[in-house]
Design a protein around this ligand. Structure first.
Ligand SMILES: O=C(CO)[C@@H](O)[C@H](O)COP(=O)(O)O
Length: 213
């Protein structure tokens, strides 16, 4: 499994250094949670901050837009250096148009699903997507508990050949369930940034065997 540390759990006073620290610790991607205090009840950062930390790593930027109107901001995040852009199926923008805009700008489009959204809702779009992001917590905050029933969605998506990322409550134990379900990418905030040794935490999650290295 690939591991994408979520910068939501980093020290925001030194985002650039924290990003470089994750690269040194062996992260595969850098996950950036953009929240607008409308689609979700929390407010984080926008494209200028993503652009400001872009020079600190060569790792792919995996930008998760938890915003009501993703299409309106796609160009800003493309210019800021996003490599993968996930937007929510439950948001207000046209799914087809948003996918098209992301791909036309040279990035990889992904659709994210809130826990209550049935997996069937994303199946018609799979051929146009590079990834599906299955939320394993209600989007908005780090530090919540993993929703194991979401692994049924992962199994369905894998049966359709999708590339699948999960996000929320990933720790050495829940990474085992993710790996067994066939997850390709785990996003992890708390369990990486609050670990005494981020490199060991990332290696442990990647193994997905429940054995803390
Ligand atoms: O998108 C989100 C929350 O909305 C996630 O990326 C969390 O930030 C993951 O944090 P942990 O659950 O790993 O602490």
């Amino acid at each position: 499994m690939l591991i994408a540390p979520s910068m939501l759990s980093s020290d925001f006073s030194k985002l650039g250094e924290e990003t470089a620290r994750m690269e040194r610790a062996g992260a595969d991607w850098i996950h950036l949670d953009v929240m607008d205090a409308h689609f979700v009840p929390n407010l984080t950062f926008g494209a200028p901050i993503v652009g400001a930390i872009r020079p600190y790593t060569k790792l792919p930027f995996d930008v998760h837009l938890m915003i009501s109107e993703p299409l309106r901001y796609v160009d800003d995040f493309l210019k800021a250096g996003a490599d993968i852009i996930s937007f929510h199926l439950e948001a207000e923008s046209s799914v087809h148009e948003t996918i098209r805009a992301i791909r036309a700008g040279g990035a990889k489009p992904a659709v994210a699903l809130k826990p209550k959204t049935p997996v069937e809702a994303v199946l018609p779009f799979l051929d146009d997507l590079d990834m599906v992001l299955v939320m394993t917590v209600e989007p908005g905050f780090g530090g919540q508990s993993f929703m194991a029933p979401m692994m049924d969605k992962v199994r369905t998506l894998k049966a359709h050949g999708a590339f699948v990322e999960v996000d929320g409550g990933i720790n050495p134990q829940t990474a085992v369930a993710a790996k067994e379900a066939g997850v390709d990418v785990c996003v992890a905030g708390t369990s990486v940034f609050h670990a005494p040794d981020a490199a060991k935490a990332i290696a442990t999650l990647r193994e997905g065997k429940g054995v803390v290295l």
